[in-house]
Design a protein around this ligand. Structure first.
Ligand code: FE2
Length: 507
């Protein structure tokens, strides 16, 4: 392994920190690395070609009011690139306005998600205002550039997907909706080259939906009026439709008037699913009503006859109560534990002719953070790859391959003290089937005090990784990730070597 320390961020976190989302498997990094020709146990397949990108909440300062929430951490992107049976690694902080300002002042300037926005020392961002846009939630690749996003609507920061150099913010031909930002999970459609997104906020119409074309211009943007401020996190799409949602979990209106942001679940209200043609108007949004729940993440959607089939994770308990057991932090962050939310793979069938919804629980087991082969996004898919969670904590202890056709699941547990991230599916070069490829994840191994990138054969997940790629340092646990094939990255295919491609990427 050829390793070089290329950057270092200032951190003012206390030496004796005891916050479980800043220590142990969530201990943030301050170092930025360049590592080439990574040491591999097993073998990297020659037909694994592209990059696995993962975002991480990586704080460098204490919370301004002492209440750190794990979504507050500054965005750090990790990339593991695969080509010709070899792998390289980079990690970089996203150079957000907030990160740069707090590096300069050497102290926190903005309130976090669990803190009163009034504590912010500078004007902030986010759907509720006052937050730091930490850009630490998701990362997708659109038009050859990696985009990092913020949990509660913010800028999209553009990064070279190979070097992770920050290239500024998305401007979309001068039409980026800066007043509202973009929510955490914009969708990059491999088939059309479009980016579909929504944003939400506290002012009417409370939701917008938009389309950015393959040339990176905003070409469609509509109001989607809601009854009030809502907290949608994810969207889905089919070949012809975008699918939005109005979940009955939102800021309590009376408290909101007093500036208090307290999310409450309303089981007396339905889940409303909004369907609109991808370039449709506000008037064309059709709402379908379903059983009340909160859906954090959808898996996929596709059209089948008169119906839209929509898969996602139904939460049996979107607002878990404090049972008085567990540690202070376990109780405070019970909303982040999959076992407390009881998230189950679920299917909604929306009939476009009758307006009826048919629902079906697909699994009794608890999983979340589902990924699919990106070529099947918006089209029929058979497989979903999801995470299993550690009881009581926001940590992933394994990966599950759900076969939606047979109902069969295949599992792999990372092992005691080893925690993974969202597992992306990388189709093999020349792949012939939906699961003809590899699963990629980064693990944080507390037993051996190291991190590895694991590569699985997607057709034999339970057999365990076929390659373990050593990273230069143990990295913090993290969540959302993506796969981008080499062919989707400018310069990658034409460059003779990885180092040539690294020099030729977008600038
Ligand atoms: Fe998310």
């Amino acid at each position: 392994m050829d390793v070089e320390l290329v950057g270092h961020a200032l951190s003012t976190l206390p030496e004796d920190d005891d916050h479980p989302y800043r220590t142990g498997p969530w201990q943030p990094q301050t170092s930025e690395w360049r590592a080439d020709d990574l040491t591999v146990t097993g073998e990297i397949p020659a037909d694994l070609d592209g990059v696995y990108l993962r975002n991480t909440e990586n704080p460098v300062h204490p919370a301004i009011a002492g209440k750190y929430h794990p979504f507050d951490g500054d965005g750090m992107i990790h990339v593991v690139g695969f080509r010709d049976g070899k792998a390289f690694y980079r990690n970089r902080f996203v150079r957000t306005d907030g990160f740069l300002a707090e590096q300069e002042t050497k102290e926190p300037l903005w309130a976090g998600l669990a803190e009163p926005p009034a504590r912010s020392l500078r004007e902030g961002w986010g759907a509720r205002g006052g937050l730091k846009d930490s850009s630490s939630t998701d990362v997708v690749v659109h038009a050859g550039v990696a985009l990092s996003s913020f949990y509660q609507c913010g800028d999209l920061y553009r990064l070279n997907p190979l070097t992770l150099d920050t290239l500024g913010k998305s401007a979309w031909g001068g039409k980026f909706p800066s007043q509202w930002g973009v929510s955490a999970h914009p969708k990059s459609d491999e088939h059309t080259g479009e980016l579909l997104f929504f944003n939400y906020g506290k002012a009417a119409p409370y939701l917008h939906y938009g389309v950015v074309d393959a040339q990176n211009h905003l070409v469609h943007y509509i109001d989607v009026p809601l009854p009030g401020p809502r907290l949608p996190h994810d969207m889905a799409y089919t070949e012809n439709y975008a699918i939005l949602n109005d979940c009955p979990l939102f800021w309590e209106p009376e408290l909101l008037e007093q500036g208090v942001h307290a999310a409450r679940f309303h089981p007396e209200l339905p889940l409303r699913i909004g369907v609109v043609p991808r370039r449709g108007t506000s008037e064309q949004v059709r709402w379908f009503e379903a059983d009340p729940t909160y859906v954090l993440h959808w898996v996929n959607a596709y059209e089948e006859g008169d119906e839209i089939v929509l898969d996602g994770f139904f939460q049996d308990d979107p607002e878990p109560q404090d049972r008085g057991d567990g540690s202070y932090y376990q109780r405070m962050f019970r909303f982040l534990a999959l076992d407390r939310m009881q998230s189950h793979l679920h299917r909604w069938r929306l009939n476009l002719v009758t307006g009826q919804v048919r629902e079906e629980r697909l699994r009794d087991t608890v999983t979340e953070f589902g990924m699919i082969n990106g070529r099947h996004a918006g089209r029929r898919n058979r497989y979903a790859y999801a995470a299993t969670g550690v009881e009581g904590w926001f940590l992933f202890d394994g990966v599950v391959k759900h076969d939606l056709q047979t109902g069969h699941d295949e599992r792999y547990a990372f092992g005691e003290g080893v925690f993974g991230s969202e597992t992306a599916m990388a189709p093999r070069v020349g792949s012939k089937g939906e699961d003809d490829g590899y699963l990629i994840t980064i693990v944080t191994d507390m037993n051996r005090n190291l991190s590895e990138c694991l590569v699985f054969d997607a057709q034999r997940v339970a057999d365990g990784p076929i390659a373990r790629v050593a990273l230069p340092e143990r990295v913090s646990s993290g969540t959302h990730a993506t796969w981008a094939s080499g062919s989707s990255i400018p310069g990658w295919s034409t460059a003779d070597t990885v180092s040539a491609a690294l020099r030729m990427g977008p600038a």
